[in-house]
Design a protein around this ligand. Structure first.
Ligand code: PGA
Length: 249
């Protein structure tokens, strides 16, 4: 299965020249790898990568509405017309702002209807001693995939991102063996929802404090097809190392 590395710039960088610089660096990296590289900049910088394939262009959000009086929203058709090929839905930072799994499912379906691959984020808030996090992961996945069928699930990417491992204030990346265990669990749920053969074809990526070093160890542990990278995706040197750890697998 083709590996994939997704850069989630979040609300960065602050100025257009900086964005151009990071894009130049990322283009060089994307040209050197056989893996898919996807850059998800803020909407303001999307025009800089319109229609690009190396890296692919992604967005960080999409409306589930088609068109009309929805101030501040951007539709899947509008994104597609700008050459967007992927969109992140259900990131924990958006779920914290009120996005529910029901919204996520509707957004994923809107994206698929417009030939955009949704990157569907799930992940537990914390690990509980009595293993409640497995139920949390399972139901987030099941609820976020309502309306997705056996054909278009293969176009989706599942991003497993434990919330406690994301961002500057986190404890750092999850242990490689635990990432593999979670990815296998997600595959099992997908196999129950669709069928085992189809589940094998869905790319599952890990996100949460990924850097050049942790990416190698996590790839080595197996079961995942790549990464969703936040902070490190803004530093081309660090990002290159992450991409390198995937290409060498
Ligand atoms: P991080 O963010 O790599 O900065 O932890 C990952 C994400 O939120 O997608």
């Amino acid at each position: 299965m083709k590996k994939i590395i997704i850069a989630n710039w979040k609300m960065n960088p602050g100025k257009l020249p900086e964005a151009k610089k990071i894009i130049e660096g990322t283009k060089k990296i994307a040209k050197k790898t056989v893996a898919d590289v996807v850059v998800c900049p803020p909407f303001t910088y999307i025009g800089l990568l319109s229609g690009s394939k190396k890296p692919f262009l992604g967005a960080q959000n999409v409306s589930f509405e088609k068109e009309g009086a929805f101030t501040g929203e951007v539709s899947a058709a509008q994104l597609y017309s700008l050459g967007v090929q992927y969109v992140i839905v259900g990131h924990s930072e958006r779920r914290a702002m009120g996005e529910t799994s029901e919204h996520v499912a509707k957004k994923a379906c809107a994206a698929l209807q417009n030939r955009i691959s949704p990157i569907i984020c799930i992940g537990e808030k914390e690990r509980s001693q009595n293993a409640e996090h497995w139920q949390e992961i399972k139901w987030q996945l099941v609820d976020s995939l309502q309306g997705v069928n056996k054909t278009n699930i293969k176009k989706c990417v599942i991003a497993y991102e434990p919330v406690w491992a994301i961002g500057k204030k986190s404890v750092g990346p999850m242990a490689p063996a635990d990432v593999a265990e979670s990815a296998i669990f997600i595959k099992k749920v997908l196999a129950e929802m669709f069928d085992p053969k189809i589940a094998e074809d869905v790319r599952i990526v890990y996100g949460g404090s990924v850097d050049g070093k942790s990416s190698k160890d996590i790839m080595r542990a197996g079961a995942i097809s790549g990464f969703l990278v936040g902070r490190a995706s803004l530093k081309p040197k660090e990002f290159e190392e992450i991409v390198g750890s995937i290409s060498s697998k």
